[in-house]
Ligand binder design. Structure first.
Ligand code: TXE
Length: 498
């Protein structure tokens, strides 16, 4: 029996008036569960529940909110193996990464729980006597969280952890490819004891549910991760209401390999960065920019390593790379492979859909490597699949110029043992993240995560100490205990004898 889920509104799983859709395993085609397409009226109901819950949630002391988050982290830990398997079954990443996806949510909830006892503001001296000045963070109100399929527990974990500790009730819409992961995550939040209305989840279409949440007058901030076109649309819609928007929209991340790089270490990093999660991470290594002196050696090793990867069912511990997540993803990646061939890029290995036997049931694509010229589409556009473009550079300056020649700016990396190049990369690469001697993936939750250029506006950052920015505003407070009117800028002149 395939499980049938409802919508989670006001602390209860509820039946929907909407049509139903099913979610499938991208490795086997098996139907996993069915979900409702929420209607516009149900969007309104969820937002109303969040709005009604706001008053008491904002007044719940932040350390108390933190205790519920910590409880959620414990529940997620208890269910980690089960949730990891759900991630792998529904999204297709290998099981070690499925567990990692859940671990990221556990880590962030643990971190965010502690934030409930910090949430630092500032106290600063006043220019007048017997007067105190400080800043405090306040929650913006009910917020919308719209998430993609590639980190189906981790990204909802980041967004909801920050919103909830800040004091904002959430209306959460997951990707229609991974609603089972989202529902299982929400079950954990429900068990942790968030009051009714504080957590709401709606499944359904981008146009009805996504747009409906963003445009709703009572939604006071939106956090979105997904494609650039959708992100731009969300940004425009939110701008009309003058609300805060956090956007994380992908990348075209590069590793620079200098001529002194440790090639073994580089290969380990490139394999994980380019083919981990079948290349479907916003931080995936999509370009490898190699110093001309080591180019031939690196390309040889790379092809050998890529051809050794074991492709198969991601639930099998021995599998190195699973399928891509959906027929649309498969189509898009295969189209890019054709574009590469048509534009004259040199196919070094891979380039085909895997067929025969169990492969016929899923969306398996060979790990693919192209030698690419810097202006070609494969060197410029996000592919979001197991396709790596290798480019040749004359020296560090040339490599950095190639790295920066794309519209995105999420992650970046350099492999070198020369301090000069490492420090130059830290300052020169136009990206929100730079790794030294590690691949472009591997974010830790206690540090900010986000990008520049078309990856998204730089004023918000998920995770880390900056996570609260998306969901809070600063209130400046002046307390005058002098017992008389003191005029800033006017009475201060007297203090200096004016
Ligand atoms: O993303 P969408 P998709 C990139 C990647 C991928 C492409 C498309 O290149 O191939 O985007 O993926 C919701 N208003 N990334 O189609 O459509 C939608 O239901 C509000 C990079 O999955 O952007 C889902 O919940 N919301 C990325 C979410 O937006 C709307 C990760 C993302 O879906 C909406 C994923 C609307 N009008 C894909 N329409 C990354 N940065 O890592 C859709 N949605």
């Amino acid at each position: 029996m395939v499980q049938e889920y409802g919508l989670f509104i006001n602390g209860k799983w509820q039946k929907s008036e909407g049509k139903r859709f099913e979610t499938r395993n991208p490795a086997t085609g098996e139907v996993l569960a069915t979900f409702p397409m929420a209607t516009a009226a149900e969007v309104n109901r969820a937002v109303k529940a969040a709005k009604d819950a706001f008053e008491s949630w904002r007044q719940t002391p932040a350390p108390r909110r933190g205790e519920i988050l910590l409880e959620a982290a414990h529940i997620l830990r208890r269910r980690k193996e089960e949730l990891g398997r759900i991630v792998t079954s529904e999204m297709g990443k290998v099981i070690a990464e499925g567990r990692g996806d859940v671990q990221e949510a556990i880590d962030f909830y643990t971190y965010a729980a502690g934030e409930g006892r910090r949430m630092f503001g500032e106290t600063v001296p006043s220019e007048l006597p017997n007067k105190m000045c400080m800043t405090v963070r306040l929650p913006v109100g009910p917020v919308g969280l719209i998430t993609p399929w590639n980190f189906p527990v981790a990204i909802p974990g980041w967004k909801s952890g920050a919103a909830l500790i800040a004091g904002c009730p959430i209306v959460f819409k997951p990707s229609s490819l991974t609603p089972w992961c989202a529902a299982s995550f929400v079950e954990c939040l429900d068990e942790a004891g968030f009051p009714p209305g504080v957590v709401n989840m709606l499944t359904g279409s981008g146009s009805v549910v996504g747009d409906g949440i963003v445009a709703h007058p009572d939604i006071r901030a939106v956090s979105f991760t997904g494609g650039v076109d959708t992100g731009r649309h969300v940004y425009e819609s939110a701008a009309k209401k003058m609300i805060k928007v956090g956007l994380e929209l992908g990348g075209k991340n590069a590793i620079i390999a200098m001529d002194d790089a440790n090639v073994e270490l580089l290969m380990d990093g490139v394999m994980f960065g380019a083919f981990g999660t079948a290349g479907q991470r916003c931080t995936a290594t999509s370009r490898l920019i190699v110093h001309e002196k080591v180019y031939d050696q690196v390309v040889d090793e790379l092809v050998g390593r890529a051809e050794k990867l074991r492709i198969g069912n991601p639930i099998d511990e021995k599998t190195d790379m699973g399928p891509v997540a959906s027929p649309d993803q498969e189509k898009k990646v295969l189209e890019y492979i054709e574009i590469g061939k048509k534009e004259g890029d040199r196919l070094l290995t891979g380039g085909k859909k895997l067929t025969g036997g169990a492969y016929d049931k899923g969306f398996f694509i060979q790990p693919t490597v192209f030698a690419v010229d810097r202006k070609k589409r494969l060197a410029q556009e996000e592919i979001f699949g197991p396709v790596l473009s290798v480019l040749k550079a004359k020296d560090y300056e040339d490599a950095a110029a190639i790295a920066n020649s794309v519209v995105y700016g999420l992650s970046s990396s350099i492999y070198t043992n020369d301090l000069r190049w490492a420090f130059r990369a830290m300052q020169d690469l136009e990206a929100g993240i730079t790794y030294v001697n590690a691949p472009t993936i591997g974010a830790e939750v206690q540090l900010p995560f986000g990008g520049t250029k078309e990856t998204g506006p730089t004023d918000t950052r998920e995770a880390g100490t900056t996570a609260l920015e998306e969901f809070t505003y600063w209130k400046t407070v002046y307390v005058d205990y002098s017992g008389r009117l003191q005029r800033a800028q006017i009475d201060t002149a007297k203090l200096v004898g004016g």
